[in-house]
Design a protein around this ligand. Structure first.
Ligand code: BGP
Length: 476
């Protein structure tokens, strides 16, 4: 089995996890710059600890990351060597508008991305841009409280207008928000939200969700007007929920968890809230404020394709005892351990067939072309004395997932636009802030203690992926 020649093979990164140079050339501060490395990271990401209460020294290593800001030419040349047809990256909002909604954009930031896109195009690589990847400007948080406030919508549209004007001729594929559903699980990381004591957290999260959905819809409509050739996608942290047992209550619980996950994409694809959504909110004491005209905005700004990240399926039980005893500690999305699956060193369960299940479920639900924009294995790599890196575990993970993807396309007929594996070059982990959780096919000599000379090294998976792309997935 293989993929058609038009299939977009490639890799993905996010500005905040690879660029570094966090204060260079006029860049303003953003959420990701103040989420610490170390044990407080998830508390801050969830919005329950004030960002500046943590020791700023602990924000390392994201400030420097792999310094792609100064190494992008070398990195893109290596992507081209692997045969990439597409490179997914995100734009750092505060490189373009340092305060989030400046009237005059920062030309140095625009120049950086303009050069970077030219470099991609020179190598025949199509850029795929995430407009907002866990990246809310700090100035907007100080003034508005992040996405709690509706004024964020205008700021986002202002930012998008600059992007479409300045990069519209170079970029055809755009995603509005990375993993938009993560707003419910990591409100600070996803939406710049810090909770005040006594606030109804659910109310705030769903109101912020409404604002992001409006902003996304407005951006899609604007893009369609300004760049008629452009294709706009939504982006979901996907992964089917399995019931822990075949008891109907577990099955129902799994369906509810799936719906909470799909909630955002339902709106972005269909242009309206699903029927059950308001009932669910009512039950949780949530009533979102919608202004006149909002329904029309959502209806007009529907996406052209559905993109998603897939690392694992999830498993859930209706029994609180099972949840208590069988949950994986510290998971971002609560789930119980599936006894049929192996786990990575970080406890992420490995389920290639789950990717085929997810592709089928998403297509059944939306009938839109799909795009896998993140998939991969975070692992500790060892550099041998001769400088080689034998990451056979990563090859095996990717091989099985690509096989599942090939089956979904060739045997189930699912229309799939492309596959960009996550962290094609090593970068800082979003959930842990570490360098040692590596996803790349290119190793970067940068360690958690700050040591390392940033040298790039091809891992075994580099040569393997090159062959996979060359043969359209036939030679795995
Ligand atoms: C997704 C994010 C990425 C990325 C990836 C891997 O949720 O979109 O930014 O980091 O997960 O997660 P981690 O880095 O925590 O291993």
């Amino acid at each position: 089995m293989k993929m058609p020649d038009s299939f977009l093979w490639g890799g993905a990164t996010a500005a905040n996890q690879c660029e570094g140079a966090y204060l260079e050339d006029g860049r303003g501060l953003s959420t990701v710059d103040v989420v610490p490395y170390g044990p407080d990271r998830m508390k801050v990401a969830r919005g329950v600890m004030k960002m500046l209460e943590c020791d700023s020294e602990h924000t390392y290593p994201a400030h420097e990351a792999i310094d792609m800001y100064h190494h992008y030419k070398e990195d893109i040349a290596m992507f081209a060597e692997m045969g990439f047809k597409v490179y997914r990256l995100s734009i750092s909002w505060t490189r373009i508008l340092p305060h989030g909604d400046d009237d005059v954009p920062n030309e140095a930031g625009i120049q950086f991305y303009s050069d970077l896109f030219d470099e991609c195009l020179k190598h025949g690589i199509e850029p795929l841009v995430t407009i907002c990847h866990f990246d809310t400007p700090i100035d907007l948080i100080n003034r508005y409280g992040g996405w709690k406030d509706r004024r964020m919508v205008d700021a986002f549209v202002k930012y998008c207008t600059v992007l479409f004007e300045r990069f519209g001729s170079k970029v055809k594929y755009w995603l509005t928000f990375n993993e938009i559903n993560m707003l419910l699980h990591m409100p600070f990381m996803g939406a710049g939200i810090l909770f005040e004591d006594g606030e109804n957290e659910e109310q705030i999260k769903y109101q912020a969700a409404h604002h992001e959905l409006l902003a996304s819809a407005k951006a899609v409509s604007l893009a369609h007007r300004m760049m008629p050739e452009a294709k706009l996608g939504c982006m979901l942290a996907a992964g089917q929920f399995y019931p822990y047992s075949c008891s109907p209550t577990d099955v129902y619980k799994a369906m509810e968890c799936d719906r909470d996950n799909y909630f955002f994409i339902d709106v972005q694809v269909r242009g309206e809230y699903p029927v059950w959504a308001f009932k669910r909110m009512e039950k949780a004491g949530v009533k979102i404020r919608m202004d006149p005209g909002d329904a029309e905005i959502l209806k007009e700004g529907t996406v052209d394709f559905v993109s998603f990240s897939y690392y694992s399926s999830r498993c859930i039980s209706s029994d609180p005892e099972v949840i208590k005893n069988k949950s994986r500690g510290n998971a971002v999305i609560s789930a119980v351990v599936n006894p049929y699956l192996e786990s990575s060193e970080w406890g992420w369960q490995i389920d290639p067939l789950g990717l085929r299940v997810t592709l089928n479920m998403l297509y059944d639900r939306y009938q839109k072309p799909l795009f896998i924009v993140e998939n991969g294995l975070g692992a500790v790599d060892r550099v041998e004395e001769d400088g080689s890196i034998h990451d056979l575990y990563r090859i095996s993970y990717m091989r099985e997932h690509i096989k599942a993807m090939l089956s979904a396309v060739n045997e189930d007929g699912i229309p799939l636009m492309g596959y960009t594996c996550w962290g094609c070059i090593d970068l800082v982990s979003a959930s842990t802030g570490e360098m040692k959780k590596r996803y790349g096919m290119i190793y970067v000599d940068k360690q958690d203690d700050g040591s390392g000379d940033l040298k790039r090294i091809r891992k075994d998976s580099f040569y393997w992926y090159k062959k996979v792309i060359e043969t359209g997935g036939e030679d795995l």
